[in-house]
Design a protein around this ligand. Structure first.
Ligand SMILES: Cc1ncc(C[n+]2csc(CCOP(=O)(O)OP(=O)(O)O)c2C)c(N)n1
Ligand code: SF4
Ligand SMILES: [Mg+2]
Length: 306
């Protein structure tokens, strides 16, 4: 073979159409599960066949919070814990959008915990994807509300004594219409869940159990990101009919995965719309309603209730 002939190889990433390649390389550590989670998200959105200009991604702060910046979608990197209120506003202002919150366990369940339970309770029509790496990754591995009992963190040098939240249980108990849990190794099933949630009405919650190859693995002698993925694979069982409130995560037991909740109920906007329409229609006595201004106001508000 003539060694002088050089084959020019085009470097091409199969997800280039949805990734901001100008922002690469990303900041995540080698072995972090976030890369796989983003690929699953991209595959899920493509599967759902929703035009990219109708999908908006909102993140909070943390390693996971960086996801919004790497996707070639309308994206918002908001303040810590406030991704859900931000997403709620976006959805209510432009209801044809598919609004996805992609954020960390600390962001969504510590500082942002209240927003999450109330958005689920009100059935706000948004999707929340929570990367659960059991820790505050970006800030150096402090305890999160998800840190398993006995796990070490930079703020739990003797092991964690605080019982953690079971995220799928909390989301289901708060009223979410779709609740699923996968790990970063279940890419295809995770992508399917993301596609289902993207097309579904109501508050959808997906937990992704994800390796933090640097701080969590180091503190807990978990090995590399690959070691953690293989551990997740060995510990995972798929049981769609499991009660999500009864499947907490710990350091050694089963990681029960599946789609646990998939139901239909009126969304926040539908309830608001119906509630206002009913009250307004009952109360307005057209004969007595003389003020032009009031009539104009009513006409405007009815138009807006589409
Ligand atoms: C109001 C406020 N408090 C604290 C911080 C510091 N902070 C940045 S990221 C973070 C934790 C993020 O944890 P998580 O959401 O689990 O993301 P991860 O890095 O693990 O993906 C904290 C406490 C901040 N940026 N703003
Ligand atoms: S600190 Fe952990 S979560 Fe953050 S990029 Fe590194 S491996 Fe990922
Ligand atoms: Mg985290």
């Amino acid at each position: 073979m003539n060694k002088n002939i050089q084959v020019k190889k085009e470097i091409y990433h199969p997800m280039e159409d949805i990734l901001r390649m100008d922002r690469m390389p990303h900041i995540w550590c080698p072995g972090c599960g976030l890369g796989s989670d983003v690929v699953a998200f991209a595959q899920g959105i493509k599967k759902a066949n929703i035009p990219f200009d109708k999908v908006v991604i909102v993140s909070g702060i943390g390693c996971t919070g960086r996801v919004a910046g790497y996707l070639r979608l309308d994206s918002y990197h908001t303040t810590h814990g406030r991704a859900i209120p931000f997403a709620t506003g976006l959805k209510l202002a432009n209801r044809e959008l598919t609004v996805v919150v992609f954020s960390g366990d600390g962001d969504l369940f510590a500082i942002g915990g209240n927003h999450l339970i109330h958005a689920a309770r009100r059935n706000v029509d948004i999707n929340v994807i929570c990367v659960n790496n059991f820790i505050y990754g970006m800030t150096g591995g402090q305890n999160a509300p998800t840190t398993p009992l006995g796990a070490y963190s930079s703020t739990a040098p003797y092991g964690n004594f605080e019982p953690p939240f079971n995220l799928v249980g909390l989301a289901a108990a708060s009223g979410a219409t779709y609740v699923a849990r996968w790990t970063s190794i279940h890419i295809r099933r995770l992508a399917d869940s993301i596609a289902t949630a993207a097309k579904k009405k109501g508050f959808c919650f997906i937990e992704i159990v994800t390796p933090c190859a640097t701080v969590f693995a180091r503190k807990n002698k978990g090995g590399t990101g690959l070691d953690l993925l293989s551990e997740f694979k060995n510990r995972s069982v798929i049981n769609h009919s499991a009660d999500p409130t009864k499947i907490p995560l710990d350091m050694e037991g089963e990681i029960v995965c599946g789609e646990f909740v998939n139901e239909e109920k009126p969304t926040f906007w539908e309830n608001v719309k119906e509630g206002i329409r009913e009250k307004v229609e009952k109360k307005v006595d057209w004969e007595k309603m003389q003020s032009k201004r009031k009539r104009k106001l009513y006409a405007e508000s009815s138009d807006d209730l589409s």
